[in-house]
Design a protein around this ligand. Structure first.
Ligand code: FAD
Ligand code: NAP
Length: 476
């Protein structure tokens, strides 16, 4: 028999794959999809959609089923990203294109761990991509954390963004001072959403519940507490600029927290230099006349208090609600901090923890690092045929573009790992019936209802904020 070189074989195999794909594209034949790989994606946030997008493009013969806990899609793009960051939400149009592909199906109201299990998914699908995000918050573990009005910044985010199940949470804005622990972008978002005028927030899809809270708010000052120094802030330049531009809000810096680090500004790496320069310029230099005049008139304050770690929350006379936060004054030792004997207190009626999110182990079959709050994985690979993507895999770090990059890589791994012979996995037809699941058409119906409700009030949309209301509206 004539020997055939590997290169020729590879070319033949590529051509044969292309022919197969063309047949799929031309006829969309159910045969082709039936014989192609079955892929399950769990979680319809950015990671899930971007991984699905990659696989759908690389393997048009794949059948991709997206299972999502909530009746509706988009994860943190809908329930995390601040309402006034509407430009960020443009990625939704890309997600919609993926969801509308003939070989992609959305199953909402279907949670891993209660409605479906990892064992079932592994049995029915060639590849399972877990991308269910990071929905819990980290705790400080210090005395008084259980006091009333000490809560997670995540609760405020959920309230202004309409996350189902979070709308009854009691956020006390009947106080002059709010303290936020942590100085990442979530902290900055939340501070901005507390201090922004209602008329501005009405232009976006901010929930009515939050606008009503703001109407009754007495808050005059938000203090952001960072444990490290000015070279180690976690927020980014765009968010810091927004803070400086906030109408009617004067930023407060403490010059003595910046002066010892002034010489190091020039040594910052390129990516952070712009931010650190602007931070030092704002903190140390006299503001421009226009800004100075605007800040002099401002009625509210946003204070950045650095080199302080929370030690304890102290109750008021009722013994139940927080009245003060006690802070240790820190000094920097390289990039880490060391506490000193010196302490200080801030009087406050609301403290928000904003020190990061963490994932949970939704299914006990999933190898999970409880300490780090992530699925155990190497480059997204968890075990044969099982992958983790997005914040479940990386931890709660990075913006949507970062999540997109890692999700595409996981998509590429899935495609590379798929065996030539894909028969034998039933996909959705082997899974239990899901009588309560919602479809993409259901979501589109809800979206239309939200837009129409918005039109009546001169708002972009009025979000539906409870699962039962969503399901009732779908059925009506
Ligand atoms: P998620 O977006 O959380 O998606 C996970 C999905 O899984 C959700 O839909 C969830 O309902 C679903 N799910 C959860 N549990 C289950 C289960 N058991 N079964 C099935 N489904 C489940 N990035 C930016 O670029 N710009 C911003 O302005 C910005 N703002 C942000 C604001 C906040 C408050 C936060 C927290 C993050 C923000 N980010 C922003 C970062 C961005 O949101 C993340 O990078 C991205 O959403 C992570 O995507 P993910 O798919 O891993 O997780
Ligand atoms: P983050 O950026 O990691 O910030 C967490 C903050 O909490 C840091 O200041 C950290 O300080 C502090 N912290 C952690 N543990 C602490 C402790 N025990 N005591 C005191 N302080 C503590 O997290 P995030 O703000 O939740 O944001 C998560 C990701 O989402 C980030 O990548 C962020 O950029 C992204 N995001 C983006 C946007 C946007 O683009 N607008 C909005 C929101 C979120 P140390 O640095 O000292 O650890």
């Amino acid at each position: 028999m004539q020997r055939v070189s590997c290169g020729v074989l590879a070319r033949v195999s590529r051509i044969s794959r292309q022919l197969k794909e063309n047949v799929c594209n031309l006829s969309s034949s159910s045969d082709c999809l039936q014989n192609g790989p079955k892929i399950a994606v769990v979680g319809a946030g950015p990671a899930g959609f971007y991984a699905a997008q990659y696989i759908a493009k690389a393997r048009s013969d794949a059948t991709i089923d997206i299972y999502e806990k909530l009746p509706i899609p988009y994860g943190l793009v809908r329930f995390g990203v601040a309402p006034d960051h509407s430009d960020v939400k443009k990625c939704i149009s890309t997600f919609n294109k993926t969801a509308n592909l003939p070989n992609v199906t959305f199953y909402g109201n279907t949670a891993l761990g209660s409605d479906i299990s990892l064992e079932q998914l592994k049995r029915c699908y060639n590849s399972v991509i877990l991308s269910y995000g990071a929905e819990e918050d980290q705790r400080l573990g210090i005395p008084g954390e259980q006091l009333h009005n000490v809560t997670a910044a995540r609760s405020v985010v959920s309230l202004y963004n309409g996350l189902p199940g979070a709308q009854d949470v009691d956020i006390n804005l009947d106080t002059e001072t709010v303290v936020i622990v942590g100085i990442g972008n979530v902290a900055i978002d939340v501070a901005r959403l507390i201090l922004t005028p209602i008329d501005v927030l009405r232009k976006y899809d901010t929930t009515e519940v939050w606008l009503e809270k703001l109407r009754n708010s007495r808050v005059r000052r938000v203090v952001l507490v960072g444990r490290r120094g000015p070279l180690n802030v976690s927020f980014t330049v765009k968010e810091f600029r927004e803070m400086l531009k906030l109408e009617n809000v004067r930023p407060i810096f403490h010059k003595e927290q910046y002066l010892p680090f002034k010489e190091q500004v020039a040594q910052q790496e390129r990516g952070r230099k712009r931010l650190i320069e602007l931070l030092f310029k704002s903190a140390l230099a006299e503001p421009e006349p226009v800004t100075a005049e605007r800040w002099a008139r401002a009625e509210k304050e946003m204070e950045l208090r650095l080199l302080r770690s929370p030690l304890e929350f102290l109750p008021g006379s009722d013994g139940k609600s927080v009245e003060k936060i006690k802070l240790a004054v820190n000094v920097m030792k390289g990039d880490t901090v060391e506490g000193t004997e010196e302490t200080e207190e801030i009087e406050t009626g609301l403290v928000l923890r904003s020190i990061g999110y963490k994932s949970i182990q939704a299914d006990e079959e999933l190898p999970f690092n409880h300490k780090k709050g992530v699925a155990v994985n190497v480059d997204g690979r968890v075990s044969e045929g099982v992958y983790a993507a997005g914040w479940l895999a990386t931890g709660p770090r990075g913006v949507i573009v970062d999540t997109m990059g890692t999700a595409f890589k996981i998509g590429a791994n899935v495609v590379a790992d798929l065996k030539e012979e894909q028969k034998g996995k039933p996909g959705r037809s082997g899974m239990p019936s899901l009588p309560k699941s919602t479809s993409w058409a259901d979501w589109q119906k809800l979206e239309k209802i939200e837009m129409e409700a918005g039109k009546l009030l001169g708002r972009p949309k009025i979000k539906i904020t409870s699962v039962s209301e969503m399901l009732n509206k779908i059925q009506s």
